[in-house]
Design a protein. Structure first.
Length: 92
């Protein structure tokens, strides 16, 4: 993972814990066959692609509100296992 990409992404998503979750979620998507939202002349690992997508503004994240989490637990009566942020591609 390139340090300059990491520093740039941390400027966009200031909380390192959230950044880790967003990057790992996007890496899983890329490894499942989703196409990168950024172009590169060099072959980059999925982690670097995800970081570039973040600092170039190609993907965002949304955290569930307390009300949404409460509604999920009331409606399913099961613990929320995957509370990872949802990623959304930005329109160019």
């Amino acid at each position: 993972m390139r340090d300059d990409y990491l520093r740039s992404a941390l400027k966009i998503i200031g909380d390192p814990n959230i950044l880790i979750v967003v990057v790992s979620t996007r890496v899983k998507q890329l490894r499942r066959g989703h196409r990168p939202l950024v172009e590169s002349l060099e072959k980059l690992p999925a982690e670097d692609i995800a970081l570039r997508e973040i600092f170039e503004g190609k993907i965002t994240y949304e955290l569930a509100s307390a009300e949404q989490l409460a509604e999920l637990t009331r409606s399913t009566h099961q613990p929320v296992r995957n509370s990872a942020p949802r990623l959304a591609a930005q329109s160019a």
